[in-house]
Design a binder for this molecule. Structure first.
Ligand code: ATP
Ligand code: LTN
Length: 348
């Protein structure tokens, strides 16, 4: 699939020559098993556009500390490695792209502090993610509020032009632009303004058990029918998809289908790369059981090579450690340059 399948909103200012490859950065929190929504909304977009950009992909483990009650050190360590391995298994080429763990590059929390100082409290308090997550917790740490400053640091340290994410993250890219603009205004031109890179269709995959909520890692932990994990076995995948919530009926046109069916159709569209007209023709008048069976087959077929690569990566002794050390070194070299520039500008 090409870039034409993704929405490219306004570009940041051109920072050098026309021939320079633009920079992409994205990240995932290691808060649990990655699911089909993460793959469709984020990872697959990274992979499809990989050769056009200079890419950095980070495992945002410091972000995972913003809900400290949910953290178990051994689990966090395990999940961080699992997420990095899944990046590669999904098709990120570690030679071509830089894969690293956020905490291995100390410039991230350093810049986050400086950016946090430039971020008005009102901007942080307005964030949807903050409002939802703080409403669910009895006590909240200031890190949860300051989350966007750390995410802005992730992006701005590499002067990223594009941030490929699912739809739920667009507000975070907007605040990153605002923070960058405010820093530039206060201290001098330093950061280009990044833009989200979002799939035209499939940027918000809904839960199989409830098509009114976004498929999410945290919900999946307590509701087995909610998501398909990228490492689920074929039987589990089939079971979850066959039980997906759909209202009675047999409408399988994208524009008329009810949310549960639309979700299945969109998943089929992204994974098969077939045009909508062909998909509508294939499923017309066949009933939802047929759609679910075909989608389950397609998901199993899509995940099979990813799971095989994942097994290879995680069983080859030392491979992942070497790669993450190398990624941290390559990312640090860029991040340190930007941080030096920032320190000069702010006078520290
Ligand atoms: P959590 O429940 O811990 O918040 P999550 O499932 O929402 O996790 P994230 O780690 O927040 O996943 O997201 C990683 C990437 O996957 C982000 O780019 C995010 O926008 C994208 N993403 C997450 N869920 C979906 C979804 N349901 N559909 C499309 N993209 C998604
Ligand atoms: N906040 C994101 C994860 C994340 C991220 C990033 C995404 C951390 N740093 C930098 C894009 C760019 C999330 O919860 N999905």
């Amino acid at each position: 699939m090409t870039l034409s399948d993704a929405v490219l909103p306004a570009k940041g200012p051109a920072s050098s020559t026309e021939t320079r490859k633009k920079t992409v950065l994205s990240g995932v929190q290691p808060t649990g098993s990655l699911h089909l929504g993460n793959y469709v909304g984020a990872l697959s977009v990274w992979v499809e556009n990989q050769s056009q950009y200079n890419n950095l992909f980070c495992v945002a483990n410091l972000h995972a500390l913003t809900i400290p009650e949910a953290v178990n050190a051994a689990e966090l360590r395990h999940n961080s490695r699992q997420v990095a391995a899944l990046f590669i298994a999904a098709g990120i080429d570690p030679e071509e792209s830089i894969i690293f763990i956020q905490s291995d590059v100390p410039a991230h929390p350093y810049l986050a502090w400086i950016l946090g100082c430039c971020t008005p409290l009102g901007w942080l308090e307005r964030m949807t993610q903050y409002k939802t997550k703080s409403a669910q917790a009895e006590t909240i740490g200031s890190g949860l509020l300051n989350y966007p400053a750390l995410q802005a640091a992730d992006i701005l340290l590499y002067k990223a032009d594009f941030v490929p994410v699912g739809e739920d993250q667009t507000q975070h890219i907007e605040i990153t632009r605002d923070i960058a603009q405010r820093f530039n205004h206060l201290f001098g031109e330093c950061f280009p303004l990044p833009a989200p890179l979002t799939r035209a269709s499939g940027a918000r995959v809904m839960g199989f058990d409830d098509p009114t909520v976004k498929m999410s890692k945290s919900i999946a932990e307590t509701r087995p029918g909610h998501a398909v994990s990228l490492l689920d076995d074929p039987d589990t995948i089939r079971k979850v998809i066959m039980r997906a919530v759909t209202d009675p009926g047999n409408e399988t046109r994208f524009d008329y289908a009810q949310p549960g069916v639309k979700n299945l159709l969109v998943l089929y569209e992204v994974l098969s790369k077939e045009p909508r007209a062909a998909i509508e023709e294939k499923f017309a008048g066949k009933g939802y059981g047929f759609l679910k069976r075909e989608l389950a087959d397609l998901v199993i077929e899509t995940l099979k090579p990813i799971q095989e690569r994942y097994r290879q990566i995680t069983t080859e002794p030392g491979y992942l450690d070497r790669l993450l050390a190398e990624g941290a070194g390559r990312a640090s070299a860029i991040a340190e340059r930007t941080l030096a520039e920032v320190r000069q500008l702010v006078g520290v």
